[in-house]
Design a protein around this ligand. Structure first.
Ligand SMILES: Cc1cc2nc3c(=O)[nH]c(=O)nc-3n(C[C@H](O)[C@H](O)[C@H](O)COP(=O)(O)O)c2cc1C
Ligand code: SF4
Ligand code: SF4
Length: 258
């Protein structure tokens, strides 16, 4: 296999990037991270890992699933080009590139190219429709450049920044403890129409249904997909500014379950 992309995405920003890159490479070999360890992971010539930045680093599920998959691989010699693309609400990948590069190094694999794309925010201050559309236009330009870079197998290593390392070390606590329980505080109101879109769009299998209503457990990835996808805004946070991020390219169309 020549090309493979492994993708984690909450609200579809990173998935959009994965699809655009795959389209330019004329394939649809995208494995969603939560499915990675349920299938045979065949090492391609060019491997892309695409995910959002969570608190200045990779979402904890990225390291967990990738390490499990990589530890099963006996031979990486087919792999010629490894690239890591992140999406974030600011123009910085935080400490994620450095951390993920180190993770691959632990298995003897060198990262060749990294890049970060600024996209709408899906958590702190969810970006509104107009601004999101603008950010996607800007992202499209960057995606085109990245596609060209990958085509010529450009070398671009992660940048070391002392401040982001300190911040990301603190945010370890968020990833380890807070994220898992993020959805436990959600309240589901009478506006719920039992459409199950929240359940279908959860990459963590963290939602079950009881009496026609979602119940949230403590295996959350804090990806925000359920709360942003809900068509009636029936899912509320304890302190809720009422804003929701709606991906302008349509709802995240990779449903994790039917
Ligand atoms: C839990 C969480 C933490 C985040 N932390 C950061 C951050 O530290 N820096 C940043 O620029 N964006 C941050 N974001 C915003 C996302 O990285 C951004 O919206 C991303 O494009 C979402 O991609 P997705 O739709 O593929 O999940 C965070 C989002 C979430 C859900
Ligand atoms: S419960 Fe919601 S926020 Fe948590 S992982 Fe599932 S979809 Fe994402
Ligand atoms: S997405 Fe919203 S309306 Fe649909 S089942 Fe979930 S909470 Fe209810």
């Amino acid at each position: 296999m020549k090309d493979l992309i492994i993708c984690f995405s909450g609200t579809g920003n990173s998935y959009y990037v994965a699809k655009e890159i795959a389209k330019a490479q004329s394939h649809d070999n995208i494995i969603m991270l939560n499915e990675l360890n349920n299938q045979k992971f065949e090492i391609p010539e060019r491997l892309g890992l695409i995910f959002p930045i969570h608190m200045s680093r990779e979402p904890f599920t990225v390291e967990k699933e990738m390490r499990e998959a990589l530890s099963k691989v006996k031979d990486f010699t087919a792999l010629k080009f490894l690239y890591i693309i992140t999406t974030a609400s600011i123009n910085s990948p935080g400490w994620a590139h450095i951390r993920v590069e180190k993770m691959f190094k632990d298995y003897g694999v060198a990262t060749t190219y990294v890049n970060n794309i600024k996209m709408p925010d899906n958590i702190i201050n969810p970006t509104n429709k107009e601004r999101s559309e603008q950010l996607f236009l800007e992202a499209d330009v960057k995606i085109k450049n990245i596609i060209e870079d990958i085509k010529v197998e450009k070398i671009k290593f992660p940048k070391f920044k002392a401040f982001t390392r300190t911040y990301s070390n603190i945010s370890f606590l968020f990833n380890r403890y807070y994220a898992r329980n993020y959805s436990k505080n959600f309240i589901v109101t009478e506006e719920c129409i039992s459409c199950k879109l929240c359940y279908k769009s959860c990459p963590a299998n963290n939602i079950t249904f009881e009496n026609g209503r979602p119940v949230f457990h403590n295996n959350c990835f804090a990806c925000t997909n359920c709360i942003n996808t809900c068509p009636t805004n029936a899912i509320k946070k304890k302190k809720d500014n009422g804003k929701r991020y709606k991906n302008p390219k349509g709802n995240f169309n990779h449903f994790y379950r039917s």
